[in-house]
Design a protein around this ligand. Sequence first.
Ligand code: TXA
Ligand code: MG
Length: 345
Amino acid sequence: MTVVRATQPELNAAVQALRDGELVAFPTETVYGLGAHAAHPGALSRVFELKRRPHTHPLIVHLDSPRYLTRWAREIPVAAERLAERFWPGPLTLVLPRAPKVHPLVTGGQDTVAVRVPSHPMAQQLLTAFGGGIAAPSANRYGRLSPTRAEHVREEFGSEVRMILDGGECKVGLESTIVACLGGSVRLLRPGAISLSQLRRVVPEVSDIAAALHEPLPRVPGSNSAHYAPVTPLTLVPADEIEQLAAALSEGGQRIAVLAQRPPLGTYRSVTWINAGPRVEAYAHDLYTHLRTLDKAGCVRILVQAVPADERWDAVRDRLTRGAAASAIEVSADEDYSIAAGILP
Ligand code: TXA
Ligand code: MG
């Protein structure tokens, strides 16, 4: 396994590896992807094996531009065309009726396919040189934190991935916004950097699947709660209670991690406190890195200050809520927005 910057020979090697059915991790503007030739059944199987991800969980096909979209989608509704026109290349995934030849491992055996055109220059370079679709889930084990640096991918998979292209830190830091354009309806399945209002400015009828997201604290996890979770249990705590709670728990002798939006007022011996700041873009950008750091701090619990209720925080709140839900239940549910789409049982 090699970690490289993509100069031409390295890009050629990555393309060859993909053609041979090997996996290549690459940067996107959202998170790092674990790339596989999207028409190579062996490579696709390897993705599921390596991630330890159930086969019912479909993958996103990455393209360098919409020009070959019809190879993957048999129908492109006007709404999808408008969204693609406005937001591609960028952090938007569209779920569309699949073209007949798309491999069932990509679609999880469903009649739909998820497609995205990433904007990261190195992803663009790779996709253009490869000349086809690259299926890529986030480059992490099933249910764990997505990687936003090449280093995270190396920690996660070591030599099990043939190659990791290092494109630096991902600009957005959270996974793409997913929108399903199916059967005449347009539905937000996963919030991301592109907000519901931004989507609605282009396509007014986009519906919001997850009203529960707007609630500040986690609800009882449903069957579609994903993990996005550190190993250390994560709890969301209201802003005005977090310091007191951290202090009380640490006084009892426990090592406690805190992810807050301000510095602590006092000093506490066994509290590891990260101030992620009040700005949503910076918070999202650093969220997974901060959680990785806190996860390694040897704490019994990570307390996360509940984030603001407004829409700009939807994507962050979604990941935190899912992370907390995964900590709260033993047999955690899955990381699957296709269930939210009502496509899978
Ligand atoms: O930003 C991203 O989207 C990153 C980068 C690498 O592009 N990728 C990513 O992939 O987050 P992954 O596999 O970790 O998450 C993809 C999500 C899953 O929750 C999956 O259920 C959903 O997309 N999905 C994929 N195909 C779908 C489909 N046909 N219908 C509904 N949901 C689908
Ligand atoms: Mg993922």
